[in-house]
Design a protein around this ligand. Structure first.
Ligand code: GMT
Length: 381
């Protein structure tokens, strides 16, 4: 198949899923065309054997003009989608994050159906979370988001929670298919490089990681506060992976709590699959999370997730089996769970094995990518 993929290319779960889906599809022989304003991060063709020859990138240029207080990206994207679809004979478009990508795809489909081309260009929209739970629910975006979902030729959601929330909040009657997020179990595996580990933990301290785009919804302050409670009891280090608006606040809280020397800010990292196996625990105390891709990536690498019981997270983590769940803001419970894991090596080993088992048996790309392929075939038929 010839598939056009659009996503937010910057740091964020939906862009990661879109990039890795493209790589996996390309490795299976599909022609994949990314259409966006920048090349997606994590679109690392060297990490996925066989993908390089089948991955293409088409930049969307947004011309500005003094009249445009708000440059019309949605229109530039729609034009580019139609242009690429015509030149590359795309079979379908797959857009990640409803706003505004599904609206652009709707326009591109209409352009392709017009007298110039007169052909069908179906599009699939994948809902990721904040496009529905935060942004889509805003009164200025709700009607257009609902319209674009209803007009899509296929709609997928990355958890049952997100499907149910979308149906309820947007009063949607159409079918929404749940296709869970996935992880490449060959790439993300519990393989520790002792030299790399020693670089982060020179005195053999346990390592706790947080991986996100540091937005308010991630409750970065809770990450640092939980760590400070753990650090009060034993030696440990906190590894912050990612970048975003809450970073300054995290640094402030770390200083305020006197743990700044044990908190490492690594910034945005391309090789997350090399970092996560070095960690003992992954802390994800979000206010809402429709899936929690970071937790799954950690589980595949044998790092145990301690997360909040929100949204779709309980569909990924079974409390006390392959991770721990706590209520939002309950930093005491999260810290106690982490201390237990760090103090009991047998429990840590068992749970790390269970976490890997969950990733392997439920969320491996080998299980999930065929579901997308089958869904595309259904939409094309
Ligand atoms: O919140 C983020 O990390 C970014 C956001 C996005 O769409 O880029 O993530 C959402 O999509 C991820 C990939 O499907 C999910 O794993 C995250 O749970 C989801 N974030 C939220 O629901 C807050």
């Amino acid at each position: 198949m010839k598939i056009g993929i659009t996503c937010y290319p910057t740091y964020g779960g939906s862009g990661v899923v879109a990039a890795e889906l493209g790589l996996e599809l390309a490795a299976r022989g599909h022609q994949v065309h990314f259409i966006s304003y920048a090349r997606p991060i994590r679109l690392d063709v060297s990490a996925t054997p066989g993908a390089a020859a089948n991955i293409h990138y088409h930049e969307v240029e947004v011309t500005t003009y003094p009249l445009f207080t708000y440059p019309p990206y949605t229109l530039a994207l729609a034009s580019r989608m139609a242009e690429v679809a015509e030149a590359e004979h795309l079979d379908l478009l797959h857009v990640h994050y409803a706003i505004p990508h599904s609206v652009s795809a709707y326009l591109a489909r209409a352009m392709m159906a017009g007298p110039r081309n007169g052909r069908r260009l179906p599009f699939v929209t994948t809902l990721h979370g904040t496009d529905i739970t935060l942004v889509g629910g805003d009164h200025s975006y709700l009607p257009i988001t609902r319209f674009a979902i209803e007009q899509s030729d296929g709609v997928t959601a990355i958890s049952r929670y997100l499907r149910e929330t979308t149906i309820r909040e947007f009063d949607i009657a159409r079918d929404i298919r749940v296709i869970y997020n996935f992880v490449n179990c060959e790439l993300y595996r519990p393989q520790r490089d002792p030299a790399e580990r020693a670089r982060l933990a020179p005195d053999g301290e346990p390592l706790i990681a947080h991986l996100s785009n540091f937005r308010p919804v991630k409750r970065i302050g809770d990450v640092v506060e939980t760590f400070a409670i753990v650090r009060g009891e034993m030696k440990a280090r906190l590894v912050m992976i990612g970048e975003g608006p809450e970073r300054g606040n995290a640094e402030y809280v770390a200083r305020k709590m006197g743990v700044e020397h044990d908190v490492l800010f690594l910034g945005t990292q391309d090789n997350v699959h090399r970092l996560l196996p070095l960690m003992d625990v992954l802390l994800l105390p979000s206010r809402t999370e429709s899936f929690g891709l970071a937790a799954l990536e950690a589980m595949a690498c044998g790092a145990i997730p301690v997360a909040t019981r929100v949204g779709g997270v309980p569909e990924v983590i079974s409390d006390g089996v392959d991770g721990f769940l706590a209520e939002v803001g309950d930093v005491q419970t999260m810290a106690q769970r982490i201390l237990r894991l760090l103090r009991e090596p047998k429990l840590r080993k068992e749970m790390a094995e269970s976490a890997r088992f969950t990733a392997e048996t439920r969320f491996c790309s080998t299980l999930i990518i065929p579901q997308y392929e089958e869904y595309y075939r259904r939409v094309l038929a």
